[in-house]
Design a protein around this ligand. Structure first.
Ligand SMILES: CC(C)(COP(=O)(O)OP(=O)(O)OC[C@H]1O[C@@H](n2cnc3c(N)ncnc32)[C@H](O)[C@@H]1OP(=O)(O)O)[C@@H](O)C(=O)NCCC(=O)NCCS
Length: 392
């Protein structure tokens, strides 16, 4: 019989591993769709709570449903006192993503539904995770700065409450709105690296906290959610619009990355970047620091042109390109940018975990177990002969 040569798909690009009803990325058209709705329309018209409901419950909520969902989130915002105490004993220079990941694991033991295996219980667990992520991050930022955590409020929106817990002050309407739009834009993005991690763990029937913890680890990397931090560091390094051209030339010549450019799926600009850019500009004007937006704008143009000249291919902006300068202008510490991504994306991750666990339509998800191409040694035509330690 003829031997099969394995097909190697490094990075699983273009390999379809499951069916999903949650979202679609139309890479060529630059469209992102959550359960049938264009992200652009959702960003213009819906709040994060409505979008999280859409992702989890498969439809946009009516008045009563939204009220119930918002109440469930508001009631679940606080984190257990013993968990706060553990956080208070963590090293102040611990990375916020590591704290978020560790606390997510800890929270599993406090969830009364942890071992319950039904869709309703999973939806409650998802709401608790969504509700608690902002509290963990805001509390951590205060603890590491020697301040007391600000307890969550139950009478304000998810977005406003995070900013309130972070600073101790109520954000104005525009600030809370921009932050909310940022959350809507980051909530879901089909089978990206972190979502795939979550689904892969869920496919083993591990619980939702394990799946979300795995997703957090995946998101932290600079090729994924960590890129928004690298974008801001890059803008600071460039420092002024007149340095952009030299920076781009130097980085591309050295074979280094321009963060915020390029995407595994989009073959045009990421639609989210076009919504984030004007908010970054407005926030910059609000605080009288427009240089970060200006550098980004010139960097986008120059980066695209130099990339094309050097590589002969087009490159486009991704979601992290303008979110960096937007969050910076909001006064958010740079190392919280990736956690911010997480505190929005947890809605998408949990929706995917639930789909993985309870998909009712064929083909049903299966335990992920890809094949590999062994390129190691066999010591000759046969397998290696074991040599006892004294004879090696
Ligand atoms: C996101 C990313 C990993 C997508 O990767 P991809 O689709 O597999 O793209 P490829 O790695 O095939 O890119 C093709 C070429 O362009 C280069 N390239 C891609 N993005 C680049 C960037 N931002 N800066 C410089 N070069 C880049 C690659 O190094 C590769 O070069 P090579 O052919 O000489 O090896 C990649 O664009 C990247 O690293 N971007 C920067 C990090 C970032 O912003 N991540 C957030 C993504 S939302």
């Amino acid at each position: 019989m003829e031997e099969c040569t394995p097909t190697l798909n490094t990075g699983l690009r273009g390999v379809t591993v499951a069916s999903t009803k949650i979202s679609d990325v139309k890479g060529a058209e630059g469209k992102l769709i959550y359960r049938g709705f264009l992200v652009k329309d959702l960003a213009e018209n819906a709040t994060y709570e409505e979008v999280a409901h859409l992702l989890l419950y498969e439809h946009l909520p009516g008045d009563n449903e939204l009220h119930a969902f918002k109440s469930a989130l508001a009631e679940a915002r606080a984190i257990p006192e013993p968990v706060l105490k553990i956080m208070q004993n963590c090293p102040a220079d611990a990375h916020p993503m590591d704290i978020l990941q560790a606390v997510t694991s800890l929270l599993a033991s406090y969830d009364p539904d942890l071992t319950a295996r039904n869709r309703e219980a999973s939806l409650r667990k998802a709401a608790r995770l969504i509700a608690k992520f902002p509290t963990i991050m805001a509390a951590w930022d205060r603890i590491r700065n020697g301040k007391a955590p600000v307890p969550p409020r139950s009478d304000i929106s998810h977005a406003a409450n995070f900013l309130y817990m972070l600073t101790g002050e109520m954000p104005d309407e525009e600030l809370a709105h921009f932050f909310d739009v940022g959350l809507v834009l980051h909530a879901e993005h089909s089978f990206n690296a972190s979502t795939f991690s979550a689904r892969q763990v869920a496919s083993t029937r591990a619980h939702i906290y394990s799946a979300v913890t795995a997703a957090l680890g995946s998101l932290s990397g600079e090729l994924h959610g960590g890129a928004n931090v690298r974008v801001m560091e890059m803008l600071q390094k460039i420092g002024a619009v007149e340095n952009v051209e030299a920076y781009v030339q130097q980085e591309l010549e050295a074979g280094r990355l321009i963060f915020g450019l390029g995407h595994a799926v989009y073959q045009t600009d990421d639609p989210r970047a076009h919504i984030l850019a004007p908010m970054s500009q407005k926030m910059g004007e609000r605080i009288g620091e427009t240089q970060w937006y200006e550098i980004s704008r010139v960097l986008e143009k120059t980066g695209k042109a130099v990339f094309k000249e050097k590589k002969g291919i087009d490159i486009y902006v991704n979601v992290d390109f303008y979110s960096a300068s937007l969050y910076y202008a909001m006064g958010i510490p740079i190392d919280l940018f990736t956690p911010l991504f997480a505190l929005s994306r947890v809605a998408g991750w949990t929706a995917h975990v639930i789909e993985e666990q309870y998909a009712d339509a064929a083909p049903k998800p299966a335990l992920y177990r890809p094949a590999s191409d062994y390129v190691g040694d066999y010591c000759g035509p046969d397998e290696c002969t074991f040599v006892p330690i004294d004879d090696r």
